[in-house]
Design a protein around this ligand. Structure first.
Ligand code: PHE
Length: 345
């Protein structure tokens, strides 16, 4: 009788061990069958009623059953732990073959790219890049450039005045005077100066109250108009293609004498005449000339020893021509659809 009971218990215990699905489950099973108040202990307590010769047999069986339940529990625990570990490894695994998330990369603004490209070229020609104040003194913006008060040419550049003597610079040319002053009458001076300028204009497709310029200045002994022409030719070919030719047309600026405007042969039609060059074969690019003796003198250079050339160009105009952009406002209104087209790696 006791023997059957023990065997049944074993059967029952092994079944529940088999179907156990967690370590906690197993711990409960262990407590239940092998604990002090468990059914096996209970059975053994009834041994006193057994015949003498039966006692060791049942005792041995009970111990065997206890042992086998214990080993089974241990085995099952190991299996469960192994399974859990495997599941954890699986769920926490990182798939290194997954493609990464793409990050949006910034790029240079088209104007910045154009300016940097031109800077690089002039650095290669021995020029330094300098920058100057956008809020400028009337003296540097006009006076030192041979434009005394009431000079009619001041009207060429409608200005934002802050006080009678302070204004938003209307061009980067004041940096000619500032740079020469710094050099205290001693050449060579070779600089370009990119920066923002301001004019009292109504904004439209071709006008903006704020835009950019790149000024160039080269002062030394024996600097001639042919040097200006050479430098501008290199510039035109670099920016608009190796086949470009340039021509200089007489013009007028108070701070240069002679003054010239530079045209390039049309990069679209090669000079035959098209919509870009308005049928002329030539495109106007910039203003320039030989630094006026008065300008040299006012900034401390002796015009009988030194000569120089200067030029001023508009990077917006250059970019508009080069990339067929028809509205200058595109540069300033941060439309990503526009800007992304010119993103450089
Ligand atoms: N400062 C002139 C302008 O803004 C351009 C210029 C610069 C002309 C240097 C001659 C020499 O129109």
């Amino acid at each position: 009788m006791l023997k059957d009971k023990l065997l049944d218990l074993r059967e029952e215990a092994l079944k529940s061990i088999q179907s156990a699905d967690s370590v906690k489950n197993l711990r409960d099973i262990h407590v239940h069958y092998l604990g002090k108040k468990g059914p096996i202990t209970e059975v053994l307590k009834g041994m006193g009623k057994l015949a003498k010769e039966e006692r060791p047999v049942i005792g041995q069986l009970a111990n065997q059953i206890r042992e086998s339940i214990g080993t089974r529990i241990e085995d099952k625990k190991k299996t469960l732990e192994k399974k859990m570990l495997e599941e954890r490894i699986k769920s926490e695994a990182i798939d290194v073959t997954l493609p990464g998330r793409k990050r949006a990369m910034g790029g240079h603004h088209l104007l910045a790219s154009v300016i940097r490209d031109i800077e690089d070229l002039f650095i290669g020609l021995g020029f330094s890049v300098v920058e100057g104040p956008e809020v400028e003194e009337d003296y540097y913006n006009f006076e030192a450039l041979n434009l005394p008060k009431n000079h009619p040419a001041r009207d060429m550049q409608d200005s934002f005045y802050i006080t009678d003597e302070i204004l938003m610079r209307t061009h980067t040319s004041p940096m000619q005077a500032r740079t020469m002053e710094k050099h205290k009458g001693k050449g060579p001076v070779k600089i370009i100066c990119p920066g923002k300028v301001y004019r009292r204009d109504t904004d439209d497709a071709t006008h903006s109250h704020q835009f950019m310029q790149i000024e160039g200045l080269c002062v030394d002994k024996n600097v001639r108009l042919s040097d200006l022409k050479g430098v501008l030719t290199v510039f035109a070919k670099h920016v608009f293609g190796a086949e470009r030719e340039i021509r200089l047309r007489p013009s007028y600026f108070p701070f240069t004498e002679p003054s010239v405007e530079m045209d390039i042969s049309c990069f679209k039609c090669g000079g035959h005449g098209c919509s870009v060059c308005k049928g002329t074969g030539w495109i106007e690019i910039l203003g320039s000339g030989m630094v006026h003796p008065n300008v040299l003198r006012m900034s401390g250079f002796d015009p009988s020893v030194y000569t120089g050339f200067a030029f001023g160009m508009g990077p917006e105009r250059i970019a508009m021509l080069k990339y067929g952009i028809d509205d200058i406002r595109q540069f300033y209104n941060d439309d990503m659809r526009f800007l992304k087209q010119f993103k450089r790696a």
